[in-house]
Design a protein around this ligand. Structure first.
Ligand code: AVJ
Ligand code: FE
Length: 448
């Protein structure tokens, strides 16, 4: 939205609201009423809860706050407050029925569009009203990704359909990239719809490191399994080993093995052979860290990931996206549920970063080794329950978005977080390592 006049901004926002609602509609019309109210996993809400919660947040921020309306249905506020009810318990609440939910979100949307027409959008408040619209668009898209993960957990025949991702010629160029020592700017103070946790922009000094040019693939991950990686205590941290043992982990979620030794997976209701050249998905932080240790590497820290993704050594600037400042297109990254799986490595040469690191946005969320902490100078807005209340827990940061993340809800500064044992999200990883003194020396010579 940067650089748009107010009227252009208004129609841009209306378009984004329409697109997010179209996606919510696809995700909730694909299944019958019994499926909408069912608990497909104790880790997830019933789909009908997500839909009403989307409406409830939109009512709170756009209809009541921006529009100045009285509450439409004050008696349901508590039902759709994520902090009052755990995901596992939501199925037992007296929720709105699917038809009542559809009517509610439609009524909220009418009033939100009305508020959009009347709002000056920019200029009046500490946090511009335009931000409230951007936040709500992103919120709906985030819950759409969550609903997509619920679809993946649901049993039964396939109900979602999408074109296969583009084929790839395989990885080109080096498999690892050296990122020389130096300062870069992490976070942003200018991206209009960046959430509080992405701010402010601040300099970070990093020693030289090496990062994988591509996410770790299924084929590579299968080698870790074949080598007995899940049974070898050496590769796991204490917490990781405890979880691996208690949860009985033997492979990524949704993988199964037939009589032979090939791996199959269930993906949105389809049983298929695991494609070797796609980024591995549905691994938890502990599995990612164990693989990294087995391969003689480690996970990147969050600042390492961000520097490799957006620092441009030619200008010294940090980019909005790995490839530059232009908004993502289908040539840059696998985003927006355009495909229902990651694309093979090498599929998006146009999306590479200045350093030549590929597929940092889209395909799979990437685990980093960093915990969920505020940046120096963090200021909470507009509410503490988005980011602040989660700081300091056992969460690990994930970066880059997945095939299920909408472009409006991702950028190179975007920070996600989850518990280290979670893997129903579309999570994968790439590895990194410290640069050797030889690599550092060669690079210094090369630059003279
Ligand atoms: C940023 C993805 C961790 O889904 O829990 C949705 C986003 N916050 N509603 C989540 C969010 C409030 C959040 N994550
Ligand atoms: Fe929410």
């Amino acid at each position: 939205p940067a650089g748009l006049g107010v009227e252009e901004l208004r129609s841009h926002v209306a378009g984004l609201l329409e697109r997010s609602r179209a996606r919510s509609t696809v995700l909730t019309e694909a299944v019958d009423e019994a499926d909408l109210v069912a608990q497909h996993s104790p880790l997830m809400s019933p789909l009908v809860w997500d839909l009403a919660h989307i409406g409830s947040q939109e009512e709170l921020w756009l209809v009541r706050d921006v529009g100045g309306h009285e509450p439409l249905r004050p008696e349901i506020d508590g039902l759709y407050d994520a902090f009052q009810h755990s995901r596992a318990s939501r199925v037992d609440l007296p929720l709105l029925t699917p038809p009542q939910t559809r009517a509610y979100v439609a009524e909220v949307r009418d009033k939100a569009l009305d508020a959009l027409e009347r709002s000056p959008l920019v200029g009046r408040r500490l946090v511009d009203q335009a931000f409230a619209f951007g936040m709500i668009v992103q919120h709906e898209q985030q819950h759409d990704e969550t609903m997509l993960a619920t679809h993946q957990l649901r049993a039964g025949a396939p109900v979602l359909h999408a074109a296969p991702p583009p084929p790839a010629a395989g990885p080109r160029g080096p498999r690892e990239v050296l990122i020389p020592a130096g300062r870069f700017v992490q976070g942003t103070s200018t991206e209009p719809w960046a959430l509080d946790n992405e701010r402010p922009a601040h300099p970070v000094e990093l020693p030289a490191f090496v990062i994988d040019a591509y996410p770790v693939t299924n084929g590579e991950y299968a080698e870790f399994i074949e080598d007995g990686g899940y049974d070898d205590r050496r590769w796991w941290t204490e917490a990781g080993w405890k979880h691996r043992t208690e949860a009985g982990l033997v492979a990524p979620q949704f993988w199964e093995r037939d009589g032979s030794d090939s791996w199959w997976r269930r993906r949105f209701g389809v049983l298929e052979r695991v494609p070797a050249d796609e980024p591995v998905v549905h691994v938890c932080f502990h599995e990612a860290a164990a693989y990294a240790a087995w391969s003689g590497k480690r996970l990147p820290t969050e600042p390492e990931w961000e520097k490799a993704a957006r620092h441009d050594p030619a200008t010294g600037r940090s980019r909005r996206y790995p490839w530059g400042d232009e908004e993502p297109t289908a040539l840059h990254a696998n985003l927006g549920q355009r495909h229902l799986q990651p694309a093979a490595v090498g599929a998006y040469p146009r999306g590479a970063s200045a350093y030549g690191v590929h597929q940092m946005l889209g395909d799979v969320w990437e685990w980093t080794s960093s915990g969920w902490e505020p940046y120096p100078g963090f200021e909470m807005f507009p509410y503490p329950e988005y980011s602040q209340v989660f700081f300091g827990g056992d969460y690990r940061v994930l970066r880059g978005g997945s095939f299920g993340t909408d472009p409006s809800a991702i950028r190179a500064t975007f920070r996600n977080w989850d518990h280290p044992i979670r893997r129903q999200i579309f999570s994968g990883f790439r590895c990194a390592r410290d640069a050797t003194s030889r690599e550092i020396g060669e690079n210094a010579v090369g630059r003279r």
